[in-house]
Design a protein around this ligand. Structure first.
Ligand SMILES: C[S@@+](CC[C@H](N)C(=O)[O-])C[C@H]1O[C@@H](n2cnc3c(N)ncnc32)[C@H](O)[C@@H]1O
Length: 219
């Protein structure tokens, strides 16, 4: 999946993945991570997600990374924030309040950029990527997070043969195959959501569930 795919989605406003409220599964499962309020949360492939707003309302700081500058500019405009902008080798950083969003490639972020992220939140990031990019993503951004980092990973699971992604199906065995080396992984919830997703039903998908994993970076 080329960057142009995502740039085109943002420029034509075909962003069906964007939600106009925080994800209920985030709200339900984040508190059990028992993180200090002031920790920095890494939000890869962040789009302009309102989950970032929910996280900062908990007192957290957010480090997002997103390919689309349009998405990042919209995020700040929609909050009435005027970010300071600077460039580093990681990309173009937009900084305002508790937010730092980097317009850049998540796979290219070096460990020093992620070093003070004690938490991670992945919703519609791993599942946005085709199989070969999922492996690259696990071997770069996820591997470079510091020991002790903890967070949530939210996935979708459906018969991939019934529909092409994104979003892609990422079953539990793949989550483990990608991340077990570096992360302790506990499944905390699985919900059948087919009835809530008429688009999947219309495409002929016969089963759809979402899963939430609690993850802790091994030392
Ligand atoms: C399905 S959207 C999800 C956005 C957000 N997580 C949400 O829940 O609304 C995936 C996002 O990842 C971005 N993206 C794709 N590949 C990326 C990469 N290599 N680095 C940074 N962002 C990327 C896309 O531009 C898109 O905004």
């Amino acid at each position: 999946m080329q960057p142009e795919f995502w740039h085109e989605r943002w420029s034509s406003n075909r962003i069906g993945f964007h939600r106009d409220a925080p994800l209920p599964l985030l709200v339900a499962h984040w508190p059990a991570l028992d993180l200090a309020p002031d920790v920095r949360v890494f939000v890869p492939l962040c789009g302009k997600s309102l989950d970032m707003v929910w996280l900062t309302e908990r007192g957290h700081r957010v480090l997002g990374v997103e390919l689309s500058e349009l998405a990042v500019r919209q995020f700040f405009e929609e909050r009435g924030l005027r970010p300071a902008i600077h460039e580093t080798s990681a990309g173009r950083h937009f900084v305002a309040g508790a937010y730092e969003l980097i317009v850049g490639d998540a796979f290219a972020l070096e460990a020093d950029v992620l070093a003070d992220c004690a938490a991670v939140y992945d919703r519609a990031a791993l599942i946005a990527l085709p199989p070969e990019l999922r492996r690259m993503y696990a071997a770069t951004a996820w591997r470079r997070l510091p020991a002790g980092c903890r967070g949530l990973l939210v996935t979708l699971d459906y018969p991939q043969a019934e529909k092409s992604g994104p979003p892609f199906s990422v079953a539990a065995d793949e989550v483990h195959a990608l991340l077990d080396r570096d992360w302790r992984i506990d499944a905390v919830e699985r919900r059948d959501i087919l009835a809530n997703e008429p688009g999947f039903v219309a495409d002929g998908v016969t089963a759809l569930s979402t899963a939430v994993y609690r993850v802790v970076r091994r030392g």
